[in-house]
Design a protein around this ligand. Sequence first.
Ligand code: ADP
Ligand code: MG
Length: 274
Amino acid sequence: MAKCETIAICNQKGGVGKTTTALNLGVGLSRAGKKVLLIDSDPQGDLTQSLGWNGDDLEKSLGRLMYLVTKDCKPIVEDTILHHEEGVDLIPSNLDLSSMEVSLVNAMSREQVLDNLLQSVKKNYEYILIDCMPSLGMITINALTAADKVIIPVQAQYLPAKGMTQLMKSIDRVKTHINPDLKIGGIVMTLVDNRTNLARDVISSIRTHYGMAIRIFDTQIPVAVKAAEAAKSGQSIFTYDENGKVAKAYEALTKEVIRSGEREKRRDTVSLSR
Ligand code: ADP
Ligand code: MG
């Protein structure tokens, strides 16, 4: 199987579509024939819930796994993985993860706990998507350390330039100190209402602040009630509203993500053979 690509879906602002994107990009990749593991790294457990599980009922969770690692145990990660009927696997989360934010502060290799955990299961997957929590604390730093790429959902409803500066700084810091190969996979505009020009304004503000080099995906995710309803149904948008515009958008985003991964692989092969 091809090398696993780990993508953190990250933005410290809440309500921008991180969880929705992790879920639907994950299922999109799975429908494209890829083996996908989703990681819920938010103690709120929204991704876990959106896939139909009640995090509070689960004894095995990401928080539990990370706790065991900080206690020098070597937990079997597979035992915590849930299998969703739409083809994706999930490491779920619940409030057990929130205490990790504190206990990680004194742990050895505290930034690498998640990365270490994932090493043993990477061979089984082509994509691992990490749904981040809305903060830039230790758990998110763990996600950025474990990731090859970050995808940043940005809500097309306000000018996000200032909030993104902190995120960019965190990404730079992780790159400098721990994970030099970390890349920004791109920004995806979410909750886009075509009746307004907000998406265009937000994109031009991002360009002004962060330059042309940063990738903004061509696909924009439109705002639609069905997307919010799907989250409550335990299904992806592909099952809940197969022919709707949000399903079409996530399918297009999936293709862009696959294509950009393939392009990078070709580039790496060329530079290796030089
Ligand atoms: P985050 O994980 O960044 O907090 P969510 O993915 O949970 O963001 O989305 C925030 C809220 O907006 C949720 O209630 C979700 O169901 C809803 N939502 C997400 N994407 C869309 C969309 N394209 N159209 C309408 N509502 C959406
Ligand atoms: Mg979320």
